[in-house]
Design a protein around this ligand. Structure first.
Ligand code: OGA
Ligand code: MN
Length: 309
């Protein structure tokens, strides 16, 4: 959006959000940071990091491209952290495992947990007789209504508070990968305890917000995305700041730390990706992913010094 429209006492975040969200016409993406495009690179620094021995389901840090976004202090962006096989592993986990007990989903309040537990089986079975998948059929399936799942400390969407009484196990494999990412960036005391798994489709949005319910905001937040492309906005801890717009693609990792940890951020646009073919095209998982975006948003809840009630 044009810089001339930015003023000091208005909600410049909202204006950008509306601009990128618009449906009437396609917004101009010239100002969007694209980490695959050299001309974006004046605003970012490519970092050399201390490499650590690899863990499972993520590439070794030696293969990553790690950037810092200079206009948003503490915001890191990692490209090339997940192979295609790793990405399929995580997408399978999110859709077929993180939707089951003891994890909590948006569908649980409307139906028996046992029926949510096999949501993937039920949805994919209805497709197994067809040789071609149709988007309209996917839209009719229960899977299409899946919006979020929570792991570990379950996020309370009303109070935004975490409670010890509403906590189940945090998946070890996800903890290992997020700890590895944090360690490579120099955050050696990060212990993943909560994750929101967000499920989006083309046209879905996530409104501007801050994530400040965790006890120690000096610890990072790790955000991993798979599937469709999206535009991510992030500014500072006021809504006056015109946010940076960043293109997120499948397999990209964002780490919010320092000042950016408490910054307003949002997702105004999820859009079709021209080049997304993960896995076997004859496979339902690949079809689902061509129409969906999954984001794993991982936080530490407790502080080393402060315990929750
Ligand atoms: C969140 C969040 C961003 C995304 O879940 O709090 O900011 O990329 N998600 O989906
Ligand atoms: Mn958030």
């Amino acid at each position: 959006m044009n810089d001339n429209n930015v003023s000091e006492n208005t909600d410049n975040f909202k204006a950008e959000f509306k601009y990128y969200k618009q449906k009437a016409s396609t917004p101009c993406f010239d100002d969007v940071l694209n980490f695959e495009n050299e001309s974006s690179m004046v605003q970012v620094s490519k970092l050399c990091v201390n490499h650590l021995d690899a863990v499972e389901n993520i590439k070794s840090s030696r293969e990553w491209d790690v950037f810092h976004v200079n206009s948003v202090p503490g915001l890191y962006f990692i490209k090339n952290a997940f192979s295609e096989k790793d990405q399929l592993f995580w997408v399978r986990k999110c859709t077929q495992n993180f939707t089951r007990s003891p994890y909590v989903t948006n569908l649980d309040q409307f139906q028996e947990k046992s029926s949510v537990d096999d949501i993937w089986e039920k949805s994919s079975l209805s497709f197994c007789t067809s040789t071609h998948f149709h988007l309209n059929d996917l839209k009719q399936s229960p899977l299409w209504s899946l919006r979020w799942s929570t792991l570990g400390y379950h996020h309370d969407w009303n109070t935004k508070q975490y409670q010890k009484s509403h906590k189940t196990e945090f998946p070890h494999d996800l903890a290992n990968v997020c700890t590895y990412i944090a360690n490579v960036l120099g955050f050696h005391h990060f212990c993943p305890e909560a994750s929101i798994v967000n499920f989006y489709h083309v046209g879905s949005t996530l409104s501007p917000h801050q994530d400040v319910s965790e006890a120690d905001l000096s610890l990072p937040l790790v955000s991993i995305s798979f599937g469709l492309d999206s535009i991510f906005l992030i500014g500072d801890d006021t809504k006056y700041q015109k946010p940076e717009a960043i293109l997120i693609r499948s397999g990209d990792v964002i780490v919010m730390s320092g000042k950016s940890r408490t910054a307003y951020h949002a997702l105004p646009r999820v859009m079709p990706s021209s080049r997304l073919t993960l896995g076997d095209e004859k496979d339902f998982l690949s079809f689902y992913l061509q129409h969906s975006r999954i984001n794993l948003n991982v936080r530490q809840v407790e502080s080393a010094n402060l315990s929750l009630p």
